[in-house]
Design a binder for this molecule. Sequence first.
Ligand code: NAP
Length: 313
Amino acid sequence: MEKVYDIVIVGAGPAGLAAGLYAGRSKLATLIVEKEQEGGQIGQTSEIDNYPGSIEGESGPSLVKRFADQAWRFGAEKVSDTVVDMELEGDIKKIVGESGTYLGKTVILAGGAVPQKINCPGEEEFTGKGVSYCATCDAAFFEGFEVFVVGGGDAAVEEAMHLTKFARKVTIIHRRDELRAVKAIQEKAFKIDNLEFMWNSVVKELSGDGLLSRMVVEDTKTGEQREVLADEDDGLFGVFVFIGFKPNTAILDGKLPLENGYVRTDDDMKTSIPGVFAAGDIRVKSLRQVVTAAADGAIAATQAGKYIEEHNM
Ligand code: NAP
């Protein structure tokens, strides 16, 4: 018979790994299913300054490696698989992956969110050929070139600052004339010489001959469109997109009540299905940060343990 885990955690970002740590420490048989590398979004973040206790200048991948090592040390198991379906009702929950099916007395949904796309012509075609959603991964490719960053939140401004260490010039393209990023980040950004701003602007089209070298930008106030071309000597430029995230909840649609795509939970991370919990960026909440994801994971694992005890499972 297939093994029935106490907890199957879907997603190995900060929420899933913190849940794994707490579950492992409580001696619960725990499996984390993750389709990619551990870490979720912070696996692609160049610097984490606001996780309490993080080392100064620490990168996302470095922080998350310590999260993961700690979870494995306390006995959480990991399988690499893409979840394609879930059967969440009933006493034994079924998580169906491309390569296997995983059974759990409880489930913690910690699948996080994926970068939001601009959704303009050329974006998909030029992804990996100039368009990127990860400065940590792709900054080095643009050493000495010109780069544009789309967005005005914390992620856009922080990643733009990181990119200034590689690119000749970085321009933030923001749809308003004021950044959303917190003031402390803004103050740092305004002091950087090779960081410029294109206000009240949105990208309407991306194109080029093999590599990205042309874009059309529209003024949000006047509707006027203009063309931005790569410097002739360069022949290309980079466009990094940081305009928020979309929750990974497509397969949950119809199974759980969603609010704008996010899973609704109570303060104990309980969803509307008994034995099913959600933690981190996937759920409806006011602050999506590593620290709140980790806290959610700890609460979810503790509550899952209580559920198993109360149901004599
Ligand atoms: P965000 O805070 O939601 O900001 C998204 C930005 O993209 C906003 O400036 C928004 O413009 C713009 N935007 C949204 N849709 C757009 C579109 N279709 N076209 C053009 N621009 C668009 O997202 P985020 O920066 O990714 O941050 C997500 C969460 O992670 C936040 O809670 C943030 O605080 C957190 N985070 C924190 C840190 C940190 O503290 N170190 C670092 C990264 C992320 P408007 O301003 O006009 O809405």
